[in-house]
Design a protein around this ligand. Structure first.
Ligand code: MG
Length: 339
């Protein structure tokens, strides 16, 4: 198997701000895995927050070349070797995992969702994210998002009520979720959430920093609004301890290491009575497609990263109105966009 990759600079339509950071561009790595005349694609989305940089992801990809072997169907064994060596570089492992699944799907001429026995009609509609911004910009972003029935609003600031009020002025009846990205503390979160509750929230994502599931449970009890863990729910070993502390978990492939590790997390979550969301970072249609093929297995999806950029190098996964298109195209179903 041959593995090659290149850096891709993704340009955002709007500077994207969350509680802890702000970005106008995002560097990801697109990966091609070639074997027997077939090319599978995948994407690594390194996240500084999880100790990953473009450089560390490239070094991990370089190290994984010698771990691939000569049979792309042996995905489990290949990924076990990669995770053993590069446990802290799961964004890079996810790119290889995605490329392997794309390759196998193309070889068998079936889409990845079919490999897992799924029904594409069972995929939920994706939310569309409204980043932190000036209130007039939040209003215009909300108006621009008219086609999306579900909004995920970034909070975790000292003006969260104004933000929600601005969104509700433009979108009085939409389903709204909020994501604090660890922006509150265990002491302040219950009161903050109670005050935001008047804006009819479906759930609150990651109100406080990770590392204290018992505090998360207390916030949930005091606030009386469903909670979803994101930064607290990184990889399979994080799932069981969250049982009884939150209502659901947000799985991202770049955190956990790809489709196979995401599947483990989904099954663990179900065993603990947790709901499941599939989320994303700022990424191209390749990374979104890797997650989208598991969408029929989960309750909520937040797969809009490719809709927030203006130079997506790939296409094929749709997303208009929050509806991703899982077609009969083989593999991940994405192709290079004609320039
Ligand atoms: Mg989140």
């Amino acid at each position: 198997m041959k593995l090659r990759w290149w850096r891709q600079e993704l340009l955002l339509k709007h500077t994207f701000t969350i509680a802890r950071s702000s970005v106008a561009t995002k560097q990801t790595i697109l990966v091609e895995l070639e074997h027997d005349g077939i090319v599978g694609v995948g994407e690594a989305i390194p996240s500084n927050y999880y100790g990953q940089t473009v450089e560390s992801a490239e070094a991990a990809l370089d190290g994984m070349v010698g771990l691939l072997g000569d049979d792309p169907f042996r995905i489990e064994a290949i990924l076990a070797r990669c995770l053993e060596r590069f446990d802290d570089q799961r964004a890079a492992v996810s790119a290889v995992d995605g490329a392997l699944h794309d390759w196998v799907g193309k070889r068998l001429n079936v889409p990845v969702w079919r490999l897992f026995g799924l029904d594409p009609d069972g995929a939920p509609v994706s939310s569309f994210t409204i980043g932190i911004d000036a209130l007039d910009v939040i209003e215009s972003k909300t108006a621009d998002a008219a086609e999306y029935p579900i909004l995920k609003v970034k909070v975790g600031t000292d003006r969260d009520e104004e933000i929600l009020s601005a969104v509700r002025r433009v979108a009085p009846d939409k389903r709204i979720r909020v994501d604090a990205n660890c922006g509150w503390t265990a002491e302040t979160a219950p009161e903050r959430i109670r005050r935001l509750s008047e804006y009819q929230l479906e759930f609150v994502e990651q109100p406080i920093p990770p590392g204290d599931n018992i505090a998360m449970r207390s916030v949930r009890q005091e606030a009386g609004v469903p909670l979803v863990a994101d930064e607290s729910s990184v990889r399979p070993c994080d799932v069981v301890p969250l049982g009884g502390c939150v209502d659901g978990i947000n799985i991202k492939l770049c955190k956990c290491g790809g489709i196979r590790e995401a599947l483990r997390m989904i099954h663990l979550a179900r065993g603990c009575g947790l709901k499941v969301m599939l989320g994303c970072m700022i990424e191209s249609s390749v990374g979104i497609a890797q997650a989208a093929h598991l969408a029929p297995l989960v309750d909520w999806i937040d797969l809009d990263g490719h809709l927030l950029i203006r130079n997506d190098p790939f296409e094929g996964i749709g997303g208009a109105g929050g509806r991703l298109t899982l077609t009969e195209r083989a593999g991940l179903g994405v192709a290079r966009r004609n320039r």
